[in-house]
Design a protein around this ligand. Structure first.
Ligand code: APR
Ligand code: PHB
Length: 405
């Protein structure tokens, strides 16, 4: 067995793990990434595509915003289509000039991977039998790579290995508490090289169920339909998808919709999930390993980014200033922001989707809530403030202050 030593072992090369690696590199902190999938697989996963301003700032801080600045689309509003009528949420006007950036998570991942390759940082892709041990004393990561056994001895382990990873499962049950809500439907998503139906995203509430018109660029669209969990992606032809989407849209959008062959089609279940705490001795959970949100509101990647802002800052504080304060506060700070994003994602999901179990009374109450929101400046401000992203307690500048050691 080959034994390696490093300061931080990062499990998982999704956006959370890669961004942490990049920020640690910038601060001169030695680390290694261990990922079970191939680099090609990681770089081709299709996920959501809306970045909060704070996430964009962090990517800039990490020095990986070159393509983002060139290709990201700034959106200052979103449309909500309720029972056939469109309403614009003027995000910028409601949040004193803030906006969101449309840029695919796949692209964020590729940008981070490219930076990592250029910087020749150590990553083990296609690692097998990844296991973590002794995270209360002298942490270790064991795995095999190209048929050879490895052990990494480190100061800290960052569990960035997603919802199905091994880090959370390695924690004794009596040391954590999990909170979960599973929704009784999924999102059928399609990616197509057709121009988007509108300049801004359209969130659709209709009698036939929720739909979302999103985009990746001016020539690539991403659309979603709420579907029963019993549906299989093979049962949905492209033709059927476009037909159903048209039925959920307003006449103007229906008319404008450009259809075409799908380049990706999949069904994703919707779930809210939180693990408490997010730190166990020298093991930190971050991103999807610690929490999941339903995609309504696109908070998943943004929450992973805010975890990493706190974690990188805490580790830099530890190595540069010898202070454990950031490490001690990591879990609490993350969870404060996590629960607010959980609430917002749950609320948007609840309000815009059709639930089979909903009584007529509940349906009426929902419509009244939407009606109230659209007519109230205060309620619209609350929606916009959450959509563009709640501010961090630490600013990316805190990280900037410690870079390049
Ligand atoms: N060993 C090593 N790597 C693992 C293991 C394991 N045992 N288990 C999982 N992984 C890897 C996965 O292959 C994946 O590449 O961990 C990575 C986790 O990445 P993500 O699932 O993308 O999670 P995260 O980086 O936290 O990103 C959060 O992704 O799912 C979306 O909505 C979510 O946008 C959010 C973002
Ligand atoms: C997407 O573009 O994939 C997307 C956008 C907004 C969401 C969810 C997904 O709320």
């Amino acid at each position: 067995m080959e034994i390696l030593n490093t300061k931080v072992a990062i499990i998982g090369a999704g956006p959370a793990g890669l961004l942490l690696g990049q920020l640690l590199y910038k601060a001169g902190i030695e680390h290694v990434i261990i990922e079970q999938r191939s680099a090609e697989y990681v770089a081709s996963r299709i996920r959501a595509g809306i970045l909060e301003q704070v996430s964009v700032d962090l990517l800039k801080q990490a020095g990986v915003d070159h393509n983002l600045r060139k290709k990201g689309l700034l959106h200052s509003g979103v449309e909500i289509l309720i029972q056939g009528k469109k309403h614009r949420v003027n995000l910028s006007a409601l949040t004193q000039g803030k906006h969101v950036t449309v840029y695919g998570q796949t692209e964020v991942t590729k940008d981070l991977m490219q930076a990592r390759e250029q910087q020749q940082l150590l990553s083990f892709y296609e690692a097998e039998q990844v296991q973590i041990a002794d995270f209360d004393s002298q942490p270790k990561v064991n795995f095999s790579y190209q048929g050879k056994a490895y052990q990494i001895e480190c100061d800290f382990i960052a569990g960035c290995d997603g919802y199905h990873g091994i880090c959370r499962d390695s924690i004794p049950q009596n040391r954590l508490k999990t909170f979960e809500k599973v929704y009784p439907f999924g999102w059928l998503g399609i990616l197509a090289d057709v121009p988007p139906v509108a300049d801004e995203l359209i969130y659709v509430q209709s009698e036939r169920g929720f739909a979302l018109c999103s985009m990746r660029s001016e020539t690539r669209s991403r659309y979603y339909l709420q579907v029963p969990l019993t549906d299989h992606v093979e049962d949905w032809s492209d033709e059927q998808f476009w037909q159903e989407l048209k039925l959920r849209l307003d006449p103007e959008s229906r008319e404008k919709l450009v259809t075409g062959p799908s380049i990706e089609k999949s069904i994703a279940p919707l779930r809210s999930f939180v693990t408490e705490p997010m730190r166990f001795g020298k093991l930190f959970l971050a991103g999807d390993a610690a929490h999941i949100v339903p995609p309504t509101g696109a908070k998943g990647l943004n929450l992973a980014a805010s975890d990493i802002a706190y974690l990188s800052s805490a580790l830099i504080e530890y190595y540069v200033q010898g202070s454990e304060q950031g490490i001690d506060e990591y879990s609490e700070k993350c969870l404060q922001r996590v629960w607010k994003a959980e609430r917002f994602s749950w609320w948007m999901t609840h309000l815009l989707h059709r639930f089979e179990s909903e009584t007529e009374f509940e349906h009426k109450i929902k419509q009244a809530e939407l009606d109230y929101m659209l007519g109230s400046q205060a309620a619209m401000m609350a929606m916009a403030e959450n959509y563009v992203g709640l501010p961090y307690e630490i600013t990316p500048l805190d990280i900037a202050g410690h870079t390049e050691h």
